[in-house]
Design a binder for this molecule. Structure first.
Ligand code: NAD
Length: 499
């Protein structure tokens, strides 16, 4: 059976572009092809940008409160359709229903944040900066903005971008990951239903050609990107070269320090969730555990046991497993190959997920939870972002050595420590070189009201997504100095009143 390509949304019209090359979208639990994503060309991107540019003047003039009211309706519709979005998310991504609920919930929180953005759009004013002269600032939208998103949070990551961009008065072109375009389409259908005017938000699908057309289009003012570091760097370099404002989130390798005094049950639970939640396909995955001193004897054995107990299976049906499949067969094979490379380079496979296959779904892209112990900093598994259910374990003598090790990472999204010592936690928080820190929290991904705060090669740009920085990214400041010499017609009254 041939599947029709997913529709694009341009100028308020949903359109299936036939006669284009497509790329398959899978249900990773079964391996079945469930949709075809069209590979849009620069012509389609141009159509979408022109539609967004045409919609911009009227949308920018719409009062911020009216723009926010559309987002309030959008939030209600997202809540009413919550389970439908959750199932769509799980079907095309493969994460469990519980994990998809988290994905959709965090997306809705971004819309809640965006509903309150009008107060963040307010400027500042100072009277009498010089005699009779006042100064004030206002925030204005940029114009047409674009968003390019990864596969791993089909609902949440696009919602990091366009709700804030739109409420600030911009129009938008979204290119979701070609691996998971379906949930984005459902979400945008709800925004359309909430009353968004035609052309304010547009969707195109595709890969590199489509992205390059966005990066170089003269009418696009700003680009938000989330994805792997090599592509994030490319987006930043090409986008800024073409005069655009760019915020570009890259990959990561996040360290979790386990101190000898860590609460064993809570830290095991925290690390298992951090390493294997969403099958490790998270930029905030705690993929590297550093066991410090005696933690190698207290925390590590139950941690390995807990990893061995993780049940994998298809997520598109009941009963739900603990962990679902990886996104594609190629990615599954790449992660399995990295595990073998780790073993060849001297790591010890303490829990081996490679042979685990659920009988109920033989063609799904499954890989069980794996723990590589005795990993060394120079190994391939330490240099590459694995992005799968693999936990590297390194052993260090003390906190100093563990922090120094974590700080050699070229990335800088997040790091956590499990300890009962306030002094150790404080030292860690102060010295660790990354932008999101967890203390007895495995995955310190910041909430909508705070910046999603990558450092180093996990972020290219100046202003992060989420929070006030997100609003600053999608607006430009205007500073006005004003002085008035006469009252005009009021002058008569003024002169009279002074007599
Ligand atoms: P990816 O970089 O392969 O793709 C991301 C987007 O870029 C997709 O829309 C894709 O179509 C496009 N793309 C891919 N290759 C391209 C190229 N050569 N030129 C132009 N565009 C290209 O990432 P992915 O595999 O979809 O997602 C996983 C990655 O995203 C991981 O590295 C993960 O750490 C990262 N990620 C980062 C964050 C963060 O906030 N830092 C959040 C989620 C995911």
């Amino acid at each position: 059976m041939t599947l029709a390509p997913c529709p694009v949304f341009i100028g308020g019209e949903w359109n299936r572009l036939n006669n284009l090359s497509t790329t398959p979208v899978h249900n990773p639990s079964t391996g079945d092809v469930i949709a075809e994503a069209p590979l849009c060309t620069s012509q389609h991107v141009n159509d979408a940008v022109e539609a967004a540019a045409a919609a911009f003047p009227a949308w920018a003039e719409t009062p911020p409160t009216d723009r926010a009211r559309i987002l309030f309706r959008f939030k209600t519709l997202l809540e009413e359709n919550f389970e439908d979005l959750v199932r769509s998310n799980t079907r095309e991504h493969g994460k469990t229903l519980v994990e998809s609920r988290g994905d959709v919930k965090r997306g809705i929180e971004m819309v809640e944040f965006a509903c309150g953005v009008p107060s963040l759009l307010m400027g500042e004013a100072l009277e009498n900066v010089a005699r009779g002269i006042d100064c004030d600032t206002i925030r204005q939208p940029l114009g047409v903005c674009a968003g390019i998103t990864p596969f791993n949070f089909p609902c949440m990551v696009p919602l990091w971008m366009y709700p804030v961009a739109l409420v600030c008065g911009n129009t938008f072109v979204l290119k979701p990951s070609e691996k998971v375009p379906l949930t984005s389409i459902k979400v945008v259908e709800l925004l359309e239903k909430a009353g968004l005017p035609k052309g304010v938000l547009n969707i195109v699908h595709g890969g590199r050609e489509c992205v390059d057309a966005l990066l170089t289009h003269p009418k696009i003012k700003a680009i938000s990107f989330v994805g792997s570091t090599p592509v994030a760097r490319y987006i930043y370099e090409v986008g800024t070269k073409h005069g655009k404002r760019v915020q570009s989130n890259g990959g990561a390798k996040n360290f979790v320090l386990l101190m000898p005094d860590a609460d064993i049950d809570n830290s095991v639970r925290g690390v298992v969730e951090a390493a294997f939640g969403c099958a490790g396909e998270r930029c905030m995955a705690g993929s590297t555990a550093v066991v410090v001193g005696g933690a190698a004897n207290s925390v590590l054995p139950p941690l390995v046991e807990a990893a061995r107990r993780i049940k994998i299976g298809p997520t598109d049906r009941d009963p739900q497993p603990d962990m679902g499949p990886l996104i594609t067969r190629q990615h599954r094979d790449r992660v399995a190959h990295l595990i073998e490379t780790g073993a060849k380079e001297g790591a010890r496979i303490a829990a081996d997920g490679r042979a685990i296959k659920p009988d109920s779904s033989p063609n799904g892209f499954f890989l069980g939870a794996t723990v590589l112990d005795e990993v060394q900093p120079a190994m391939t598994v330490m240099r590459e972002e694995i992005f799968g259910p693999v936990l590297n374990v390194l052993r260090m003598e003390d906190l100093d050595a563990a922090i120094d090790l974590a700080n050699t990472s070229p990335y800088g999204n997040g790091a956590s420590i499990f300890t009962c010592s306030g002094k150790a936690a404080r030292e860690f928080k102060h010295r660790i070189k990354c932008g999101m820190v967890g203390i007895n929290v495995g995955v310190p991904a910041s909430m909508a009201w705070f910046p999603f705060n990558g450092w180093n090669e996990s972020f290219f740009g100046d202003l992060h997504m989420q929070g006030k920085e997100g609003v600053q990214f999608f607006t430009q400041l205007k500073v006005t100095m004003s002085r008035w010499f006469s009252f005009g017609e009021g002058d008569v009254w003024y002169r009279e009143s002074k007599k």
